[in-house]
Design a protein around this ligand. Structure first.
Ligand code: NAP
Length: 318
């Protein structure tokens, strides 16, 4: 029997490419010099799409009349037009769970870096200032005694909370509803959560429903000792409002792994002394990225072998 044809629009990790090539005819569009011509040649026979880092929207969907599944890389899927896929009866999958612990580790690391200025302190050593017998200034903030407000107590949010418990932090959360069996303090609005805590951990998904949810009002409620950590999506924070709040002392500091216009980080943010920035590395260890890539391949294999995907996005289950 002929192997199903799979489109790979962007580079995926070698481990997943090799896995898919065992069972499918894989078309690596990213290797073509003239992608439009190449796509036109193969589009009719494509039955699945294995996504790497890159979007999937109606422009690509409309060129693939026989596509059955789009397997996304990453737990966030705001780069995939799910309503358009639903409209064409196309399955969409993502890669939840396999990255929870890695992203939670990064989130806690980022929180401590931001509060205790560890990146800046390391820079101090590298610049030779310590060798000149100048001690790094004591930080005005400490992790001790903080109240952590988690915006998005889902899979990753819970892994962060578990770690934060071990750090002795008081934990509160906000989501669209109070969760059964969760003992952390629930708040029915984000502003209420911000007012109750001094460390706001953003781990909610991107997309229209959360766009700029962390705005000037929320930052004001967080207050002058407040630190914002964003390990979720850049679009969730109004970056202009965040910069203003940091500049005028409305909040104390920030630790950011994600940004509104990646990979561009506004100069105004980089100039601020109590801001820690990372280049979207939440899940970026080789082992975790390999696990995510294998789940992309496994979803496609499962679809063609059993007619079922392993990890469909929630919209597909309704
Ligand atoms: P999840 O299990 O679906 O958790 C998401 C949480 O956000 C849920 O608790 C949900 O609670 C809440 N939420 C969703 N929509 C909301 C809304 N409109 N208003 C308020 N709360 C809302 O997802 P996850 O696996 O933990 O991943 C979370 C996000 O982390 C991903 O979507 C991705 O964007 C981001 N992420 C970033 C990195 C990185 O490298 N920085 C890596 C992995 C993931 P309710 O349902 O109760 O509202």
């Amino acid at each position: 029997m002929a192997k199903p044809d799979i489109l790979m629009p962007y580079r995926l990790l070698p481990i997943a490419e090799a896995e898919l090539e065992k069972r499918f005819t894989v078309h690596k569009l990213f290797e073509a010099d003239d992608k439009d011509t190449q796509l036109a040649k193969i589009s009719e026979k494509i039955r699945g799409v294995a996504l790497g880092f890159g979007p999937f929207g109606p422009d690509l969907l409309e060129k693939l009349p026989n596509v059955e599944i789009v397997a996304g890389f990453g737990v966030g899927y705001d780069h995939i037009d799910v309503p358009a896929c639903l409209g064409q009866n196309v399955m969409v999958t993502h890669t939840p769970d396999v990255l929870n612990e890695e992203v939670a580790d990064t989130a806690i690391g980022l929180m401590i870096m931001a509060i205790r200025e560890l990146g800046q302190a390391e820079q101090w050593v590298r610049e030779g200032k310590w060798a000149e017998r100048k001690p790094y200034p004591t930080t005005q903030a400490t992790v001790r005694g903080r109240t952590l407000g988690i915006f998005g107590l889902g899979r990753i949010g819970k892994a962060i909370a578990k770690r934060a418990e071990a750090f002795g932090l008081d934990i509160h959360y906000y989501g669209r509803s109070k969760q059964d069996g969760v003992d952390y303090t629930y708040h029915a609005s984000l502003t209420e959560l911000a007012a109750a805590c001094d460390t706001l951990m953003v781990v909610a998904p991107g997309g229209p429903a959360t766009q700029h949810a962390v705005n000037a009002e929320v930052l004001k409620a967080l207050g002058p000792t407040g630190v914002v950590i964003n390990i979720g999506r850049g679009s969730v924070i109004d970056e202009t409002a965040l910069i203003a709040a940091l500049e005028d002392g409305t909040i104390y500091g920030a630790g950011l792994d994600v940004f509104e216009d990646e990979p561009n980080v506004p100069d105004a943010l980089l100039k601020l002394p109590r801001v820690t920035v990372l280049p979207h590395v939440g899940s970026a260890s080789q082992a975790t990225r390999d696990a995510m890539a294998l789940l992309v391949a496994d979803n496609i294999k499962s679809w063609f072998e059993t007619g079922k995907a392993i990890t469909p996005v929630p919209e597909m289950k309704k």
